[in-house]
Design a protein around this ligand. Structure first.
Ligand code: ATP
Ligand code: MG
Length: 439
């Protein structure tokens, strides 16, 4: 028989387990907690959307739409795309569900996204984001709230050190259009120096030349016209209100006049939280105001602002002690004890204590497993002990062990977890020879 070849994973995807998965889960759990502090409601959205949701809202000229989307025709002949970002799908949901009645809405979502990119450290084809959006608020206070929330999230993750908030304004539509025209004429004068990529951008998305990573482009971009020379009074006031709000909240920021966002729909505030601890993939969180997006999807003019952060990139920065998976490991010695422990295991778990027992193995093997699992306390019960209704509690760190009685309280699953935990731990506070736990 021919040898069956094990299929390989899709390039740019990851299987996460152990510490990697724990860091990832920690980022999501922290986000879920922090977004609730700020009153952001959760969303669950489809991973697949009609292709038009992205092509219409992000713009055909963007990297995402022109090169990175996973699009396919389904069996019914419809063009479907695996979502490459959240904002467009949220805007689609806002319109198709008639959520205008709830505006302004503070929404949050997290999950997998797909982009056909060149995989490298911190850049995958399936990656994951946490995302927060405020839809239906034109006030700079909304921009401030999102930025303060992002700042608090990074602080609670303990990764704010070495991460800076870079802030820019892209102005309102008239400011941005005037700036764009000036950029096009400036870059046209420097066509000879621009990279191949940037020459193409000049036609479609000239702002993107400003954040090109090509060294020659960077030289030209450095001296390019600045948005500040084109800002209308209204756009200036808006930006001043955002920076004043950040200062009042004690959020540090730096101005980066060359910061533009990859997508066409941004107006006013644009920002990125950037670190130098991740090499080339230094942007951990990015976002801004996208007042034009919902209109591009055929909806009414709707102001909106939001951000997204790559969970993998945040997880790489997180410093995290491994989770204590097993508090109590049960080790039976003998057939009666085996049966008793199987029952005790469920009693303790139903009280909310983290306990485990190996499916098989002699006491020595099971002790080794408990040690490997980093168990805090081992509970040993032999057939003889069981007859006398006692068990042995062993502190794995100190090695100290003591017998205590199997009391009603210990077995009574109506008694709370904290009580039981304390009782089992208290057993260790007694010198050997004293059997009863504290009453
Ligand atoms: P880049 O310039 O790095 O490609 P981007 O502008 O495409 O970034 P956004 O669309 O703004 O990124 O996505 C927001 C965040 O999502 C990024 O700052 C990053 O943390 C994360 N991210 C984007 N693409 C990927 C990817 N392919 N793999 C992992 N994380 C990603
Ligand atoms: Mg990208």
């Amino acid at each position: 028989m021919a040898k069956i070849q094990t299929p390989q994973p899709v390039r740019g995807t990851q299987d996460m387990f152990g510490e990697t998965e724990e860091r990832f889960a920690h980022v999501v759990a922290t986000f879920e907690r922090v977004r609730r502090l700020y009153g952001f409601k959760g969303l669950q959205l489809p991973v697949i959307e009609p292709t038009a949701v992205f092509s219409r809202s992000l713009g055909e000229a963007t990297d995402v739409v022109s090169k990175e989307m996973y699009s396919f025709e389904d069996r019914g002949g419809d063009s479907i795309t695996l979502r490459p970002e959240f904002t467009a799908g949220i805007a689609r949901a806002y319109l198709t569900n008639g959520w205008q009645q709830y505006a302004p809405m503070k929404l949050s979502v997290h999950g997998p996204l797909f982009r056909y990119e060149r995989p490298q450290k911190g850049r995958y084809r399936q990656f994951h984001q946490i995302d927060a959006e405020i839809i239906g608020a034109a006030e700079p206070a909304a921009d401030v709230e999102l930025l303060v929330m992002a700042d608090q999230l990074l602080k609670e993750l303990g990764i704010d050190d070495g991460v800076t908030l870079q802030l820019n304004t892209l102005g309102d539509t008239p400011s941005r259009d005037a700036w764009r025209a000036a950029l096009v004429s400036y870059f046209n004068d420097h066509r000879d120096v621009l990279s191949e990529d940037s020459l193409a951008r000049l036609e479609k998305n000239p702002l993107r030349i400003l954040d090109s990573k090509d060294p020659d482009d960077r030289g030209v971009a450095y001296a390019a016209p600045k948005i500040d020379d084109f800002l209308s009074a209204e756009a200036s006031d808006f930006f001043a209100a955002v920076t004043a709000g950040l200062d009042a909240a004690g959020v540090a920021w730096t101005r980066n006049a060359a910061l533009v966002r990859g997508l066409d729909y941004y107006r006013h505030t644009a920002f990125e939280f950037v670190t130098d601890r991740l090499g080339a993939q230094g942007t951990v969180l990015g976002g801004g105001r996208y007042d034009g997006l919902i209109e591009n999807l055929g909806g009414p003019a709707t102001p909106a602002v939001g951000w997204a952060a790559g969970i993998e990139r945040l997880a790489m920065l997180v410093d995290r002690a491994p989770t204590q998976w097993v508090e109590f490991a049960l080790i039976p010695v003998g057939p009666d004890a085996e049966k008793f422990c199987a029952k005790l295991l469920y009693v303790l778990r139903r009280k909310g204590l983290k306990c485990d027992m190996a499916f098989k193995g002699n006491p020595k093997k099971r002790m080794q497993k408990a040690d490997l699992a980093n168990a805090e306390i081992v509970i040993l019960i032999g057939d003889e002990e069981l007859k006398n209704s006692v068990l042995t509690v062993k502190d794995m760190k100190s090695g100290e062990q003591v017998q205590m009685s199997i009391t009603e309280e210990l077995m009574d699953s109506r008694v709370g977890a904290t009580y039981t935990r304390n009782m089992l731990r208290a057993g260790l506070e007694f010198r050997p020879g004293t059997f009863a736990p504290k009453s």
